[in-house]
Design a protein around this ligand. Sequence first.
Ligand code: TNX
Length: 602
Amino acid sequence: MTAALTTEVSGTQILCTITSDVDLSDPVFCFSLLAPVKVLRGGDLIRSVGGYGEVRLPDILAGIAATVTVAYADDDFRPANRAWLPLGPYLRHADGIIELPAGPAGAKPWQPSGPITEPDLRLVPPPDDWRPDGGVTRITRVASGDAQLAQVDRLARRTGFAPFLDPDGVPVAIRRDGSLAGSAYQLEIANDRVEITAADAAGLFYAGITLLQLIQTYQGDLPTGRITDAPRFPWRGQHLDCARHFYQPETLLRFLDLMALFKLNRFHWHFADDEAFRLQIDALPALWRQTQIRGEERAIPGVFGGGAGDGGSYSKAFAGDLIARARELHIEVMPEIEVPAHALALNAVIPGLRDPDDSGDEASVQGYAGNTINPAMPRTWEVLEAIVTEVAEIFPFEFIHLGCDELPAGTWAGSPAVTDLKAREGLQTTDDVQGWMMQKLARFVVGLGKKPAAWEEAARGSNGALLFSWSGQGPGIAAAKAGYDVVMCPAQHVYLDMAQSDEPDDWGANWAATPALSETVAWQPVPAELGENADRIKGVQGAFWSEFTTRDDEMNDMIWPRVLGVASMAWSAQASAMDSAAIEGLAQSLSKAGFNRLLLSV
Ligand code: TNX
């Protein structure tokens, strides 16, 4: 018994043609778009949850095509590319479920889009200073007993590059120099000899990473000379949304390896959102057990490619393994708990987090009703404190991210309990209430010996959090001037879930931009207008949101090669000056050396 779906786009309309090799009675076409659906012809919308829709169709006869025309409910949205077509489609019918194999998913592999220049040095991120002396030396492996170089060797073996260490390799002399900054290093490549100077373990590790990359990109014939290098920012992050799509634990370990190869050092682990809460919390077993699989008859239906049933959750044991691996790679893992919005999954399985008398009907950007929790409910605080306490025990890193993005306008305006809270606490607006809530939660985090972090919207209150400027750089600039520390992650440049072009055959979101590789370096992390607040900018971070990821390996061609831009901006002050031919030249030399395959399973 098989069924098939084909789609054709005409303007805003998506014509879906469904065929089956058997008769199907009472068929319901279930699928997700990126935002709420409407039906124009051929069926009736009987259920809608965010972008997920169920459309009742007339009975289907074997071999006879059924057609239904759908569109985005919001007329401003039109299918921009293949990612905007039905995700996770299946048919429910009188006798069960049939999956409808979806069209080809994922972006096309990257190709240089214009002229490329051969870089001064085939190394990403580019170093502070490179003084070639004109020579070339043969190095394929090095000999060293150093523990940091041993970590680089493990990384090289795991990622499928040749072994890095070998007792018969070129000897590495290591010098410690306490006058160098943390993470800084010097690397001298001479005939038959390598010398590394660093003040700390991170500096030695990064020198080893540089050497490993050069061995690969020059295929063993390295230019001789001296590299002097140090990171521009202490925060060099990459985020991954593991809530909208469950990535296999093995994939996350590979993700850390990829980060380390480009000297990124903060993994922002987004495991909770509207669609799932994927971390084991012992105090709340229903939370991760009942939201981990979404789809048919689950707490959350097949939103965003969930199909009839897909997902998983991360155990504490795995979180421990991830943190341990990250530590070897000089990466810290920052967990994110998403409140007060993006909390549909919490509400789906934990009663008492909303005011039962709330008359509001506000919906989130993704089209969800009821995706916020209410700070005037006592149960809200019991649950949040339980989650934060366990998260603080699991993660050694000092920062806990509390979310705080995209609260729907008018949230709590219809809640009598919040009206009382406002009167008690002297609060006027929805923003004031969110500000009060984030301040209280931030204090709880500080009480556990941790520091709060949050998305840019948390600047509308007073909480001392490290803020992530995502909708652009303006909110980060304003927050820095108001005394917040800021990490820049402007969607227009470093949201790697954005499509890379406007082509209909591409794949990805487009609400911020469609940044090609060159755009990932065409910006200034520390804009001049910051003036004396420049040192509030602690770093740069890329994000990868997973609304339309249906299989782990689909992220590969979204992330590659644009992660090179993220890493370059985070490490190197010279990156903003790179032109398109220069960054494309670097991407080309790394792709040729096999770095483009890093995230694909071996
Ligand atoms: C905005 S960025 C969101 C996410 C979406 C993303 C898609 C941010 C803090 N919130 O919930 O996944 O856009 O690009």
